[in-house]
Design a protein around this ligand. Structure first.
Ligand code: ATP
Length: 231
């Protein structure tokens, strides 16, 4: 997550309950089924009639239409321009994805999320006005590499390219030490936000709190400093 993504998510209205998803590949279908399961209204579209009827039969959406999203008139007629948020889930057809994103933005949709399948695709989507671009294969690859190299890191929230909030398993070296003894700020430049205790998190733990092997802790700081932890 970066700061431009943050402003995009902040701009989404809290009362937004309707979404249109264009493209019913694996990505589009997972967006549809999750939104639908969460109780939101979803209109799905695809150029392929078979994919449209499958989505309806499998009940992953409330409404689905067959249309070619490169045709602005077809989008208008289907009411896509009335939606507050549209997800362009066409990853493997770059030309169609770019034209669709352009059409939807020109149609006045305020929040357009588009799926990219390469870095160039990502840049092009931004150029034609996508408000938020996701690149799932790249993001999943980065996450896997991080998990493989640092299995003690349970969760990571990237604040910006340099700083993160990280949930990690308490390193063996920290076992039995109090927060004061650990001196995380002096030794690593990190701030401890929380430690796990009885299946919950203790926020801003007391300096006398002793850390235990096998529990979790949450720190905030520079990635370089996080990498210096004995994990
Ligand atoms: P995958 O399914 O391989 O994970 P994906 O989710 O990015 O990838 P794509 O293979 O890009 O999906 O396909 C997305 C869907 O977009 C397909 O079902 C395809 O029929 C549909 N599609 C392609 N061109 C158009 C178009 N012009 N209008 C509407 N839908 C289209």
């Amino acid at each position: 997550m970066n700061l431009s993504a943050l402003s995009f998510f902040r701009s989404l209205g809290k009362n937004n309950h309707q979404f249109a998803v264009i493209g019913l590949g694996r990505f589009g279908r997972s967006v549809c089924s999750t939104l639908h399961r969460l109780g939101y209204e979803v209109l799905a579209t695809d150029i392929d009639e078979k994919r449209v009827s499958e989505a309806l039969t499998e009940r992953i959406v409330g409404h689905a239409l067959q249309l070619d999203s490169t045709e602005s008139a077809a989008l208008k007629e289907a009411g896509i321009f009335e939606f507050d948020t549209v997800i362009v889930a066409i990853g493997n057809y770059i030309q169609e994805s770019i034209i669709t994103t352009l059409n939807v933005k020109e149609g006045g949709v305020p929040h357009v999320v588009a799926k990219a399948s390469s870095e160039v695709h990502q840049k092009l989507l931004k150029r034609v006005g996508a408000d938020h671009v996701v690149f799932p294969e790249y993001e999943a690859g980065c996450a896997l590499a991080r998990t493989l190299t640092k299995p003690s890191i349970i969760e990571r929230f990237d604040l910006d390219p340099d700083n993160s909030i990280v949930e990690l398993i308490v390193p063996d070296d920290f076992h039995g030490k109090t927060i004061t003894e650990l001196q995380l700020r002096n030794r690593y430049g990190l701030n401890l936000l929380a430690v796990s205790h009885d299946g919950k998190f203790l926020i801003n733990p007391e300096p006398t709190k002793r850390l235990e092997r096998g529990t979790a802790m949450v720190v905030i700081g520079h990635n370089k400093d996080i990498n210096r932890l004995p994990i």
